[in-house]
Design a protein around this ligand. Structure first.
Ligand code: NAP
Length: 278
């Protein structure tokens, strides 16, 4: 759906780009001509992904083993990245999340999630933004959030709160850095199967009703659908969009807001509707 040179000449860093959605977004950026940089904590995973993408697409991929909770490590990574030219795109994608009853959550467990999701995104954004502003270089930041940031989410309170903070950061800096040529946007995916999210949020035996049935579109999202949206939003074609969060979830979050009766009515037969009318 895009010109194949949509992101040509752009250098993009994707945090947590070694796995899952970050990897799919990175693959699409490369297909569209971008030079890719990925970071995460596990070096072997990053090496494997970089090798796979290089073989598949023949482009340039660099890796950095970096924990986004560590602002000094991020600064060192950014300095290294900038040695071969400035970044153009930052994707805050790294995250941690797990299910727990809030009253059983330790301060440490809460910090673990907030430090990756909110602090990590803020440290990366500030490290890139500072450099862009100093050099008068245009840049865009895309943060992967979640619909739980808008609705809240029982049993994953820390993640919902941290992602809501990322949206507030996106809006704040869109205004503050707009005159300096830095754009910030967010994307809130619904259900996109990845090993990481499924292991943590829908473990076997958790008796969760088939999740895809809870989506008005009656299916999970495809990685390419998300990757295309993320490509458009960081491209120059989206230069007038900033501070915005785009939901891509097949209508799931509105159904939750509407309540369970909305969900049931989708499957009513004509007879049920007739009975209701009577
Ligand atoms: P995933 O494969 O588990 O991705 C998480 C990535 O973050 C991993 O590559 C992980 O690598 C990295 N990471 C975690 N902690 C880190 C840290 N401290 N420093 C650096 N990197 C770190 O899960 P995913 O489903 O693709 O999730 C990607 C993003 O989409 C997340 O922001 C998630 O909240 C969001 N999301 C996903 C869904 C979905 O349905 N999949 C729905 C809504 C939102 P290491 O462990 O090697 O560090």
């Amino acid at each position: 759906m895009f010109r194949t040179d949509l992101l040509k000449g752009k250098k993009a860093l994707i945090t947590g780009g070694g796995t899952g959605l970050g990897k799919s977004i990175g693959r699409r950026y490369m297909e569209l001509g971008a030079e890719l940089v990925i970071c995460g904590r596990r070096k072997e995973v990053l090496e494997e992904t970089a090798e796979e993408l290089r073989k598949e697409l023949g482009g340039k991929v660099s890796i950095f083993s970096c924990d986004v909770r560590d602002s000094a490590a991020i600064d060192t990574m950014m300095t290294e990245i900038w040695k071969t030219g400035p970044l153009d795109i930052l994707v805050n994608n790294a995250a941690g999340n797990f299910i727990a009853r809030a009253e059983k959550l330790s301060a440490r467990a809460f910090d673990a999630v907030v430090n990756i999701v909110l602090h990590g995104a803020a440290y990366c954004t500030l490290a890139a933004g500072r450099r862009w502003i100093e050099a008068g270089h245009k840049g865009s930041v895309l943060s992967i959030v979640t619909t739980a940031a808008m609705t809240g989410s029982a049993f994953t309170m820390a993640s919902a709160a941290a992602k809501a903070g990322v949206i507030a950061m996106t809006k704040s800096l869109a205004v503050e850095w707009g005159p300096k040529g830095v754009r910030l946007v967010a994307v809130a995916p619904g259900l996109f199967p990845t090993e990481g999210a499924w292991d943590r949020l829908y473990p076997a035996g958790s008796q969760v009703q088939a999740q895809e049935l809870g989506v008005p579109a009656r299916r999970y999202g495809q990685h390419i659908e998300l990757a295309n949206l993320c490509s458009y939003l960081v491209s120059d074609e989206a230069a007038y969009i900033t501070g915005e969060s785009v939901i891509i979830d097949g209508g799931r979050w509105m159904q939750y807001v509407g309540g369970p009766s909305n969900r049931a009515m989708q499957d009513w037969t004509d007879e049920q509707w007739d009975a209701m009318r009577k």
